[in-house]
Ligand binder design. Structure first.
Ligand code: GRF
Length: 215
């Protein structure tokens, strides 16, 4: 299976996915890492692993549509079975999403539908939530809100800052994203409208925060 990864920055999720492939857990090849930011650290990570890394400059295009049409064509040349958004910080046009719908996935640092959009970790803290987490989902035209493949719950502690919480969520991003991709590659993911089921997966562990003491 061929995978194309879109990034804008640090690329830590990209690296977690690459490691999953290198360790032989994900039976796939990343044929392209594409960035809309020249300085994205993830481009260096791709190069380190001998993966094709490409920056395409949005400022050369007069519209979002125009840029997205161009990158769609570029991506198609790399024959993707799956297009993975890993910290891609640019809203995709409807046309791009239609082109890759069903094989386009994203990770978001909250339990969607809570705290969609930017600074999801800060939103959860400001709200006073006791749990937040991260979600891998299929991408639909609604931002941060497609069918959910997997979520990890991360408890919020009273002393948490945006940084400490983001760091704890990130540890789980690096586990659930490669996991979800492996399940897709292994053809275990079945989609029925909004409902996604992973065949033969174990469901049902319950987290409570603060911890129960008397009941
Ligand atoms: C992650 O927190 C991801 O959930 C969000 O953007 C961040 C990307 O981090 N969509 P990285 O570039 O993968 O390190």
């Amino acid at each position: 299976m061929n995978i194309v990864v879109l990034i804008s920055g640090r690329g830590s999720n990209l690296e977690a996915i690459i490691k999953g492939i290198e360790e032989g857990k994900i039976d796939a090849k990343i044929t392209l890492v594409l960035s809309n930011k020249k300085e994205a650290k993830g481009l260096e990570i791709a190069k380190k692993y001998n993966i094709k890394a490409k920056f395409i400059d949005p400022s050369f295009f007069s519209s979002r549509e125009g840029y997205d049409i161009y990158i769609s064509e570029y991506i198609k040349k790399h024959n993707p079975d799956l297009v993975v958004l890993a910290g891609y910080m640019r809203i995709l046009s409807d046309r791009f999403i239609e082109t890759f719908e069903g094989k386009l996935v994203n990770i978001h640092p909250s339990l969607i539908p809570a705290f969609q959009g930017l600074k999801a970790q800060k939103q959860a803290l400001d709200y006073g939530a006791k749990f937040t987490g991260c979600t891998v989902h299929f991408v639909t035209k609604e931002l941060d809100n497609g069918p959910i493949i997997i979520q990890a719950v991360v408890p919020i502690r009273p002393e948490d800052t945006e940084e400490s919480l983001s760091e704890r969520i990130l540890e789980f991003e690096h586990r659930i994203y490669p996991q979800a991709i492996k399940w897709i590659v292994d053809n275990r993911v079945k989609v029925d409208g909004r409902n996604v089921f992973v065949e033969r997966a174990k469901y049902g562990t319950v987290p409570v925060n603060p911890d129960l003491e008397d009941f």
